[in-house]
Design a protein around this ligand. Sequence first.
Ligand code: UT7
Length: 321
Amino acid sequence: MITGKILGTGSYVPPRVMDNDDMARIVDTNDEWIRERTGIGRRHIAENETTSYMATRAALRAIEQSGIAPEEIEMVIVATSSSETIYPCAACEVQREIKAENAVGYDLNGACTGFVLAFNTAQAYISAGLYRTILVIGAESMSHMVNWTDRSTCILFGDGAGAVVLRAQEGEPVRMAAHSDGEKGPALKGLSRHRKDWDCKDSDKDAYIRMDGQGVFKFAVRKVPEIIEEILEQSDVSLEDIEYFILHQANRRIIEAVAKRLKTDISRFPMNLEEYANTSAATVPILLDEMNRKGMFKRGQKLMMAGFGAGLTWAGCLFEW
Ligand code: UT7
């Protein structure tokens, strides 16, 4: 069976860091509350870096590790919901910057689920024999989206990008599933303002990310284990065969609750949200890149990725490294 193997990974986060004490200088919060309720310690915040700039930096690292030439890339998909421009899309900006002159590029807005949806889309093209080499990126400037006077949301998010290069090879098919529940869409709404409005007025608040935190929390804790089980049912792979569960990094307590529901040891659920917070579509590929560069993956290992977020949407996939 033809499947998309990961040839290389890359990531980029802006150098500017805001820790929880910095957040406490902006809104009425403190390090203890943020760590206890979310597991977040710091977040990287873009200053002049745009979404497409961060996507390009991550892509160049993934391409370098892959050992391929940019001209070999046939498709660039950028999962983002916070690009500075609606068009040209971020993927076309990346295509130009990395000189992937033979590639078609487009963006995919799946919010925090975006990277997993884009990865699955790329896998579908590859297994259908339509494309051989696809660059998949998750990139977000969440700091442009949040209301910096709303302590219940602004402390949660960060900026960054992660990328993978997929190449058609013989291998086990990727198993995947994805769902939406548009009825529950109002639980998490966002409108990009593309500026850091530290002094936004109360009347502006609807224009930023608005979230029913507990509603999204409960949804994630229920739907992520469900979709993991749904994907496993399609295969002859069992929960015990999975080396790592690479989940969207929104909240440490969500990941712990998923591990508990699946009766699986938390050590198989790597986390890096203490350093980066929730970078939406970028969390999964940033984590994948960190683990890869630490040498945590071996060929043939079975990995599960899962994302969830606005829409509401949730998606997952099981693949072999
Ligand atoms: O990618 C998907 C994106 N979304 C998510 O993943 C969100 C999922 N939800 C969550 O992660 C959690 O619901 C939050 C971290 C957002 C909130 O945690 P919580 O345990 O559900 O807290 P809460 O909303 O029930 O608020 C508890 C209290 C409230 O005060 P009162 O009413 O009990 O006096 C809040 O006003 O905590 C207060 N609070 C804060 N206190 C200090 C809310 N935000 C803060 C804050 N610092 N930053």
